[in-house]
Design a protein around this ligand. Structure first.
Ligand SMILES: Nc1ncnc2c1ncn2[C@@H]1O[C@H](COP(=O)(O)OP(=O)(O)OP(=O)(O)O)[C@@H](O)[C@H]1O
Length: 223
């Protein structure tokens, strides 16, 4: 079980996360909805170790991850909105910045994660010559290759074509069926069909949305 309790984060006087509470079962996908500037990226950045929280706790199966960086890194992977790629290197060499060669080769096998995301075919090309969707497939491959228990996904499908999205949803299903927990930020309401639980981030607080949600009811939350 993933449990967030009273997580807080402010930038100067701007309290973006006031009191974040969430419980997610192992093997589930939580969809996170919210307006622009609502704090979704801030929340994933705090959980992903990019930003330091001002307070609160983040536990996985009872183990505290805030302040325990090695354990957080072993259990949590973050796919940020902006791809963490070196443009002048090939896709393969970008993977090598994060993973050892054996893990990459396993990922490139027929049943591997890189192949599942549709990135294996263009790994020899320099990233600068890849399309936006190809870069996102590569960035997602970097995030998932460690086989984390918790996957933080910040608008993972924004640049993907229909095939890329279908491959990503299939990977997400495989990940949660294998016991992984995903936190999935998206602005595309239709994507919540791939989630088991929905929450809405507004005014620094997460509110539950009944699932499956109806789009009109979700839109009303923004007003
Ligand atoms: N590094 C920063 N320094 C100061 N304020 C920041 C910083 N990053 C974000 N903010 C502010 O925090 C608030 C939340 O931003 P955040 O990027 O977390 O929102 P979001 O929900 O991910 O938005 P979007 O849907 O537009 O991606 C905004 O008011 C933003 O201006």
């Amino acid at each position: 079980m993933l449990v967030l309790t009273k997580i807080q984060k402010q930038y100067g006087k701007n309290a973006v996360l006031r009191e974040i509470n969430l419980q997610a079962a192992n093997g589930s996908c939580v969809g996170i909805l919210g307006g622009n500037g609502g704090g979704k990226t801030t929340l994933l950045s705090v959980l992903g170790g990019i930003l330091r929280p001002d307070g609160g706790s983040f536990t996985y199966d009872g183990e505290e991850l805030f302040g325990h960086e090695a354990r957080r890194r072993a259990l949590v992977s973050f796919s940020p909105q902006a791809n963490p790629l070196m443009e002048e290197l090939s896709g393969f060499d970008n993977l090598l910045l994060w993973h050892d060669r054996k893990a990459i080769e396993r990922g490139m096998a027929e049943d591997g994660a890189i192949t599942a995301l549709g990135a294996t075919a263009f790994l020899k090309k320099p990233v600068a010559k890849l399309s936006g969707g190809m870069k996102k497939r590569l960035a997602l491959s970097i995030a998932v290759l460690r086989a984390p228990k918790i996957l933080l996904l910040d608008e993972p499908t924004a640049a993907l074509d229909m095939e890329g999205k279908a491959k990503f949803y299939a990977y997400l299903k495989r990940f949660t069926e294998g016991g992984g927990t995903a936190l999935f930020v998206t602005h595309d309401f239709a994507e919540f069909a791939h989630c088991d639980q929905l929450v809405f981030l507004k005014d620094g607080i997460l509110r539950d949305i009944p699932h499956p949600a109806n789009q009109a009811a979700a839109e009303a939350l923004f007003l």
